[in-house]
Design a protein around this ligand. Sequence first.
Ligand code: ANZ
Ligand code: ZN
Length: 815
Amino acid sequence: EQVYDPQALQAKWQPRWEELKPFAVVEDDADPRPRRYMLDMFPYPSGDLHMGHAEVFAIGDVVARYWFLKGYNVLHPIGWDSFGLPAENAAIKRNAHPAEWTYSNIDTQAASFQRYAISFDWTRRLHTSDAEYYKWNQWLFTRFFERGLAYRKGGLVNWCPNDQTVLANEQVVAGKCERCGADVIRRELTQWYFKITDYADRLVDDMARLEGGWPDRVLTMQRNWIGRSTGADVEFEIEGRKDPVTVYTTRPDTLYGATFFVVAADAPLAAEIVTEERRPALEAYRAEVAKLSDIERMSTEKEKTGVYLGVHAINPVNGERIPVWAADYVLADYGHGAIMAVPAHDQRDLDFALKFDLPVKVVVHTGMADPGESGKATPGEGKLVNSGPLDGLGKTEAIEKIIEILAERGTGKATVNYRLRDWLLSRQRFWGTPIPIIHCGECGEVPVPDADLPVVLPDLRGEALAPKGVSPLASATDWVNVPCPSCGGPAKRDTDTMDTFVDSSWYFLRYLDPKFDDGPFDLAKAEKWGPIDQYVGGVEHAVLHLLYSRFFTKVLHDMGMITWDEPFLRLLNQGQVINGGKAMSKTLGNGVDLGVQIDNFGVDAVRLTMVFAGPPEDDIDWADVSPAASLKFLARALRVMTDASGAGTDVAAGDLELRKVVHRTIDEVTKLVETHRFNVAVARLMELTSATRKAIDSGPGAADPAVREAAEALAVMLSIVAPYTAEEGWERLGHQPSVARATWPVADPALLVQDSVTAVVQVAGKVRDRLEVSPDISDTDLEVLALSSEKVKAHLDGAPRKVIVRAPKLVNIVP
Ligand code: ANZ
Ligand code: ZN
């Protein structure tokens, strides 16, 4: 008996597949196969592939290989998201160029992917750090600039003191830098932004089309991030100020309950209206607030702080004078940077009121305890009280009414507000796409002409890349100083680089033809292939990458470059691979090395373990799974396929019992793969293997044609999870050149019929016969059968009055 040696199988098949290229896309319009685009989130080349990659790519490959076998023309590309900070940090440490580290890691990962046998079309390979790729980032930036969607503005930005660069809001997680974990601070800087806020409504509304195709939690996270709310703008006079100040509120119905007014401490308004007496206190307070992140400021846990500004605001509906404070819990760049505080019905306002002894006035009767006493605000619905014309109304009517009143007086209106901010895209780091703008004293911001793209990075390495708070590109003076493309006068290049999320916002379009040089992508191919049918990747991208890609897709749609405007129809978020119940980490020392796992158990066993561990969305605890058991199963499966190699080919004459098992398995596995229940599909293949083994050993024997049918179905279906084992088995069964060229088996409906069920026949309520019938029998057939039964006839005197049939289980005869 042949021993199952996974390493030998890998050594045998890998070069053959490299030669055969079974997954190269056919770009032939005469090819009648429908197209499918399967996309895995592309990797960052941080080192060799790790266990997380092994999981996500194994899952994506199940889908891609299944589609190939089902007869689709599948595009399944791979590339590298190869700009970014880690390369730069490594280069500084080694006194090298970031490209060295980057491309050597890419080569390592590419070789590992080949060994891991993912069904990529390698001809579509791209690297975002190649000038032939980032040239098109620059081209797209220029188009965005022309459309007013890329612009520069000054303002407070998130700054990572460790990486010495600004960050987008999306890259600040719980007040910390998404990359390095350092506390993010705020700095006043002039930066480039993409105007994603112009697309806020479409980004929210179009999610309705993703419902069912995307995980609910991702849709919820995007909705919350965009944070669209409806409410009202209300104008308050400030004593001593000429113009009124507008506040945004989602609860205009509570206007009568406003007992004080709060301005964001860092908003210019605070410094403008503060009395001279209170100014020193405000200045001191602002210095403290500057150190805090938005998250800390908005935290409900945080002790409330603030400064009285010495002035009063006037409530527009009842003329009440309310004191104006500055506080950090109001943000300068949300709404209008000022609020009416309603402590009875808003917890943060209540915390503030209790701390500074400000009045609490209930205006909604909710049946809960008095907030002033309980310390718990009552944000719920109820009847309005102490609210003049609103008294007695419910929330919705009260909001309508107050907006009407405000509109009449010209002091307010209904409005929509968003949490989403424009996407800050400039970075003060080296290893990214140079922003293609030239700053001229005469002409201002001048885009680099398309003909001069790409603006290639200057050759800097080692210490020259160290973070200094300004971009390292600024030190490359030869590179920086250029004539203005517009007037020819002396001018300077912009020295910032783009956020690397720009690179990943459209890479799926570049895959269609990575060498295309008439534009960022081939428009005709985008029509044929887009949008992506299935996207697979981590939930950590729920907001950042997925939101940015949706935005880019909509802009490209509006530019007339594509006709579709959502990039990813279906999204699958795989879980994480953990070990011993905890995320793998250096500090815990619980890391699992993928290379070692593959050396010990082989590629197929690792892939099978990943897929079999549980539903793809769940985390996999490597301490709870057994690649050794996977390896054993694969050996058994290969032995079955080997033993079946001599079986007869006249399938129709095969053992009926085994044939039924085979076809039921085909039917179920097909449905399970379609619904992404891959782990259960694997369990069915294990059962099929056992049933075939039994048929060989103690059933009709190895020569029975049903054994061949079983082994062939097993080889094809197993190939989506364990390609080496399946390929070897397929060859031993006598097939050429590759199982990747096989077709997915189809279940014969005639063989799916369950053997029989028992139908009970009652006459006048008494059981008179039991019939063995097909579970698919029709009511009519069952009635005929029942009435022709001798036992039934014996109790009938002529034609019955009524026959009630519930096929296949019951016939009730009323004589
Ligand atoms: C009065 C009020 C009464 C409020 C009440 C809430 C409940 P969303 O839903 O997130 O849009 N707000 C407005 N501008 C703010 C700012 N710049 N910084 C911090 N908070 C701000 O939240 C809108 C609500 O958040 C607004 O409605 C306002 O408080 C507050 F019973 O106004 B509300
Ligand atoms: Zn100029």
